[in-house]
Write a protein that binds this ligand. Structure first.
Ligand SMILES: Nc1ncnc2c1ncn2[C@@H]1O[C@H](COP(=O)(O)OP(=O)(O)OP(=O)(O)O)[C@@H](O)[C@H]1O
Length: 284
C-alpha cells in the first residue's frame, strides 16, 4: 500500500468464489483473494486462465456465483457498486467512438464539464488533440480518447482488462504513471489484467497468478522477491522472468490443448464433420 490515502481506499476480499458459465462449464474454482486498500495488482495468467471472468465478477457484471465477494465491505451482487469502473473489451467496442463526433462532445457526455480538472489532466497526460474527429483517428488515438472517457469519473476501484495494447510506449508509460499517482494521492485500488510487462516492474504492489480458473498464488511484490532491475542474461525484468516461469509451469501441468491426455479436440476428431479438411478434400 502506498501513500496516505490507502486506508480509506477499498479492499477486495474474495472467498471461495466459484462460477459456472451458462453452458455448465467451469469458469472459476474456489478463488481466494485479499487485496489491500490502495493496492495496484497485476492479474497474470495464460490466455483462457480466467482473468476476464474474475474481473467481470468483481465488477458485479455476472450474477449468482457461489462463495463471497466483498468490495470495500459491500457485496457487488446484492448491493449496487458505487465507484467501480470496469474497462474491458465490450467497453472498447462501443461504436460511438467510431462515429463522426468531436472529442469535447464525447468527454462532456461522460461528465467532462463537471470534472473539468480531471478532464484537462487526462487530455494532457494522454496527449489528446481536442480537434480530432473520431471517425478519422488511428486506433491508438481512439484508445487514448476512450481511456480519458473511462477514467474521467473519479472511481474508487478500477478493473482494467488489457486495453492498452494500441498505445505507443510513451503513452502507455504516462498512462501507467497516472494510475500509480492516483493510488498515491486519493483513496483508490486497481486490478489490471495484462500480458504486456514491458516497463511495468516498478508499477504493481501485488501480483495474482491465475491458471485454469483458479488463483494459484497471490501476494505483494515483496513476497515474490521481484525487483525492477533486468536479468543480465536475457535483458528481461525479473517480473518478466517470473511470469514466463509461471506460464511454462501452467503449460507443463495442463499439457498442450490438443495433446495426448488433454480434453482438447484433435484435427482428426474433426474429420468427416464438415471442417476445413473436408472442404479441401471435396474440392480436389
Ligand atoms: N461464455 C462462456 N461460456 C463458456 N466458456 C467460456 C465463456 N467465456 C469464456 N469461457 C472460457 O473460460 C475460460 C476463461 O476465459 P477468460 O476470458 O476469463 O480468460 P482470460 O484469462 O481473460 O484470457 P485472455 O488472456 O485470453 O483474455 C476460457 O477457457 C474460455 O474459453
Amino acid at each position: 500500500m502506498d501513500g496516505t490515502n490507502g486506508s480509506l481506499a477499498p479492499s477486495i476480499d474474495v472467498k471461495n468464489l466459484s462460477y459456472l458459465f451458462p453452458d455448465g462449464s467451469s469458469g472459476l474454482k474456489d478463488v481466494i483473494l485479499d487485496l489491500p486498500p490502495g493496492s495496484r495488482t497485476l492479474l497474470i495468467g495464460a490466455n483462457g486462465a480466467g482473468k476476464t471472468t474474475l474481473l467481470r465478477l468483481l465488477s458485479g457484471k455476472r450474477m449468482a456465483p457461489s462463495g463471497s465477494v466483498s468490495i470495500a465491505g459491500v457485496d457487488p451482487f446484492k448491493e449496487g457498486l458505487e465507484g467501480v469502473t470496469y474497462l474491458g473489451l465490450e467497453w472498447v467496442l462501443n461504436p460511438i467512438v467510431r462515429t463522426d463526433i468531436d472529442v469535447p462532445t464525447l468527454l462532456a457526455s461522460v461528465g467532462g464539464d463537471y470534472y473539468s480538472d480531471r478532464r484537462d489532466q487526462l487530455v494532457s497526460i494522454l496527449d489528446i488533440d481536442l480537434s480530432w474527429r473520431m471517425h478519422a483517428v488511428s486506433d491508438g488515438e481512439r484508445r487514448r480518447v476512450q481511456l480519458a472517457m473511462g477514467l474521467l469519473r473519479p472511481w474508487t476501484i478500477l478493473l482494467l482488462d488489457e486495453i492498452t495494447v494500441d498505445l505507443d510506449l510513451l503513452s502507455r508509460s504516462n498512462f501507467l504513471k497516472f494510475l500509480k499517482q492516483e493510488t498515491e494521492t486519493r483513496p483508490c485500488t486497481i486490478v489490471y489484467a495484462t500480458h504486456i510487462l514491458d516497463n511495468l516492474a516498478d508499477w504493481p504492489s501485488h501480483l495474482v497468478h491465475m491458471s485454469l480458473g483458479r488463483v494459484k498464488k497471490w501476494g505483494s511484490m515483496k513476497d515474490f522477491n521481484v525487483l525492477a532491475d533486468k536479468s543480465i542474461q536475457t535483458g528481461n525484468s525479473q517480473l518478466g522472468e517470473l511470469v514466463l516461469r509461471w506460464l511454462q509451469e501452467d503449460l507443463d501441468e495442463r499439457g498442450p490443448r490438443n495433446g495426448r491426455g488433454s480434453q482438447g479436440k484433435t484435427y482428426q476428431s474433426y474429420e468427416g464433420k464438415g471442417g476445413y479438411g473436408n472442404e479441401k478434400k471435396s474440392e480436389r
